[in-house]
Ligand binder design. Structure first.
Ligand code: NAD
Ligand code: TYD
Length: 365
């Protein structure tokens, strides 16, 4: 693979993936990161990578829904692979404003598929000769499968049953990706992954929100009874899974990716508190004013339509591609909390919105 297009590479998982590809996967080619820089995109996540791999890494500020731009990028760079992360990704935001989810997650995926079809299969507008040595990897979520009861796990064969505008838009994009394989022969793969955590996670999601609130002595909001279950995976393990699928996965195939670490939300929040007690004991944190971290836990109104339980059966990727999670949850949480404690500049820029001002200056619309 000589040239890869990564979409949404300025976000949480995308930036970790680009870092992984350059620093750990032994990638020798070029990589173009196409990102619209929504509130969730922050090129500061990759400022060191951009400097270190100048000449092999290029950033393009743009919208995946912009057919003209996406088509021009395919023509200019002759991509050998696409890894598609770009999405609106937060369930709570999708409940209050679903429009952007439909646009980016469905229309944006469609626009990329059309450009790939045109450039790679010899079909569609402006088509060139067919290519077999290419791959379109679509990054998706376990949330497309809906909600589980007390038993069972999501397999690749589990029927789709999305319940939030976010998961419905992701399910829709998965269907489009599969349709392009069956109809046009586009060499696609899909991964449906469980909840990720790790560095560069935007603090609207549970784990980074709880870390930063706890550091500042603010309430730690737990929705409902705190007994909803998610299956947590350290982000670098997800990146390794995607790289494995990109290089060894079978075209047309879907792979479930999970952490084998089901946890109730309340236990996740307690684990974060325990990691903080270890790294920044509450008596040494003036923001706590004599409380300990767990005293900050506050049960709040539940999310509408809150899926009860997710759990992933990742037998296929384990058996066929030899991938399994390598970071255990307690170790991963310690690493993550340590990262937030040792990167106050990043935290400050994100929390104060200073990163947006920097973006507006450096990436004018
Ligand atoms: P994120 O919200 O942190 O990042 C999304 C990135 O996409 C941002 O950089 C944003 O600027 C960019 N983007 C949004 N709209 C765009 C558009 N129209 N054009 C170009 N760029 C655009 O998301 P994340 O948590 O890193 O998730 C990445 C992908 O992984 C998503 O597709 C998500 O559905 C999937 N996923 C996430 C998780 C998780 O736990 N976070 C789990 C499984 C799957
Ligand atoms: P989140 O990080 O938003 O990911 P997702 O909704 O994609 O699973 O939420 C993880 C779980 O934590 C989910 O069950 C909702 C819950 N949650 C809280 O209890 N409090 C919060 O403040 C947030 C953001 C989430």
């Amino acid at each position: 693979m000589k040239t890869i297009l990564v979409t949404g590479g300025a976000g949480f998982i995308g930036s970790n993936f680009i870092r992984y590809v350059f620093e750990k996967a032994g990638f020798k080619g070029r990589l173009v990161n196409l990102d619209k820089l929504t509130y969730a995109g922050n090129p500061e996540n990759l400022s060191d990578i951009a400097r270190k791999y100048k000449g092999r890494y290029a950033f393009v500020k743009g919208d995946i829904c912009d057919y003209g731009l996406v088509g021009r990028l395919f023509k200019k760079h002759k991509f050998d692979a696409v890894v598609h992360f770009a999405a609106e990704s937060h369930v709570d935001r999708s409940i209050f404003g679903p429009k952007d989810f439909v646009e980016t997650n469905i229309h944006g995926t469609f626009s990329l598929l059309e450009a790939a079809r045109s450039a790679w299969t010899g079909q569609g507008p402006g088509a060139s000769a067919g290519r077999k040595d290419v791959r379109f990897h679509h990054v998706s979520t376990d949330e497309v499968y809906g909600s589980l009861g007390a038993a069972g796990k999501f397999k690749e064969t589990t029927p789709y049953d999305p319940r939030s505008p976010y998961s419905a838009s992701k399910a829709s994009s998965d269907h489009l990706v599969r349709a392009y394989h069956h109809t046009y022969g586009l060499p696609v793969t899909i991964s449906n992954c469980s909840n990720n955590y790790g560095p560069y996670h935007f603090p609207e999601k549970l784990i980074p929100l709880v870390i930063l609130n706890a550091m500042e002595g603010k309430p730690l909001p737990v929705y409902g009874d705190g007994k909803n279950v998610r299956d947590w995976l350290y982000v670098e393990d997800h990146c390794a899974a995607i790289w494995r699928i990109l290089n060894k996965g079978v075209p047309g195939r879907t792979y479930n990716v999970g952490g084998d670490r089901e946890m109730k939300n309340i236990d996740v929040v307690r684990s974060v508190c325990a990691a903080l007690e270890e790294l920044l004991p509450s008596p040494e944190n003036p923001a706590l004013k004599g409380k300990n971290y767990e005293d900050l836990i506050t049960f709040v109104k539940d999310r509408p339509g809150h899926d009860r339980r997710y759990a992933i059966d990742f037998t296929r990727i384990k058996k066929e591609l030899g991938w399994r999670p390598s970071v255990d949850f307690n170790g991963g949480i310690l690493r993550t909390v340590r990262w937030y404690l040792t990167n106050p500049g990043w935290v400050r820029n994100v929390k104060t919105g200073a990163y947006r001002k920097w973006l507006d200056k450096n990436y004018r619309r």
